[in-house]
Design a protein around this ligand. Structure first.
Ligand SMILES: [Zn+2]
Ligand SMILES: [Zn+2]
Length: 350
């Protein structure tokens, strides 16, 4: 074991502060990574403040971060995919059993024995896993992704959660050239959804509650912007969408969007509102529409997403911050005061 520099929260009410965390020495299948950038995901804030106590109580000290980009410093003797110096990334998962049907299908995110990147029981240390707000991390090579060299690294970090979360459902529902795709909400997830749907050749319509986001949505290559409070505008789009990606985590009327789908259209939720959403059966019955949810993506699909980003020159729009500003960034995140993701420059952690 060795001590890594990190930022950690000592309790649900403590700010993140400079600290050290124990990391294992690389075993034969492990890759040791010097972390260069780590994105800030809303899940980090929920976990640090123990807001998901009902299903995943936070163990303190807690070091979050699952949008990790870095450079390989050392590899175990049996590692075949990576060597020192390679640019790599780690997302929301760091281990799974590798033997179940989900793992065999490359859908590790559904493995019953999945190990999340932070605040999950760590098989190696007997403690919990610690995330990317740190100078290094040690991860089994299967859960390490290759970062294409043409991508901006600060903007690549958020691809590992916000990116794959939006790419995966677009891929699964086979969004393709000429289709009409809606993206509800223009935040960290939504802005990635717009970029991906546009790159796939879809006609992209952004739904937002704030007219002030119109200009930015168009800059991100949306074809149209609909202010969702405007019932007339909404009505014009009834029955016309092949697919809608709903990224909103605030409570909202899902039926208003289901109605916009054409026959056999699908709406996939990637945001997680606190309260149950009320679904009018007729919103689904008429048009044989479907409603789904989707969490991140498997390892093969995450690599595919990164390669797709390299070809289409896609990264997240980020505001790069030093780690010392992380608590301030959390407060701004709560006010949606970021375009569109914070990326921590880990060189600041000295
Ligand atoms: Zn996340
Ligand atoms: Zn498994």
């Amino acid at each position: 074991m060795y001590n890594a520099k990190a930022y950690a929260a000592a309790s649900a009410t403590s700010p993140l502060a400079s600290s050290t965390i124990p990391r294992r020495d690389p075993t034969e299948h492990d890759v040791q990574i010097q972390i260069l950038f780590c994105g800030i995901c809303h899940s980090d804030l929920h976990t640090v403040r123990n807001e998901w106590a009902s299903f995943s109580p936070t163990v303190y000290p807690c070091t979050p971060g699952h949008e990790i980009v870095g450079r390989v410093t050392r590899v175990g003797s049996a590692v075949t995919k990576y060597k020192a110096g390679d640019l790599v990334a780690v997302g929301c998962m760091v281990d799974s059993d590798g033997t179940c049907a989900e793992c065999k299908a490359g859908l590790e995110q559904f493995c019953p024995n999945l190990t999340l990147t932070y605040n999950a029981p760590d098989k190696h240390t007997g403690r919990v896993t610690y995330g990317g707000y740190s100078d290094s991390i040690v991860v089994n090579e299967h859960f390490v992704l290759r970062v294409p060299t043409n991508l901006d690294l600060a903007g690549t970090a958020p691809l590992l959660c916000a990116g794959i979360t939006t790419y995966s459902p677009l891929h699964r529902w086979k969004v393709t050239k000429g289709q009409k795709v809606g993206v509800v909400g223009l935040g960290g997830l939504g802005h990635m959804g717009v970029k991906f749907a546009h790159a796939l050749g879809a006609h992209v319509v952004v739904f937002t509650t704030s007219p002030s986001k119109t200009e930015d949505a168009l800059r991100l290559c949306a074809n149209e912007v609909v202010v969702s409070k405007n019932a007339n505008e909404m009505q014009k789009h009834e029955g016309s969408f092949d697919f809608i990606l709903d990224t909103v985590s605030a409570n909202h009327d899902i039926n208003a969007y289901l109605k916009l789908l054409r026959r056999d259209g699908n709406l996939t939720l990637v945001g997680a509102p606190e309260k149950p959403l009320a679904v009018d059966a007729f919103s689904l019955l008429l048009g044989r529409r479907s409603l789904s949810g989707s969490p991140i993506g498997g390892i093969p699909e995450t690599q595919e997403m990164l390669d797709f980003c390299a070809i289409n020159n896609i990264t997240a729009d980020v505001e790069v911050i030093p780690i010392q500003k992380v608590n301030e960034a959390y407060e701004r995140l709560l006010k949606s005061d970021v375009k569109y993701r914070f990326s921590i420059d880990m060189a600041s952690l000295t």
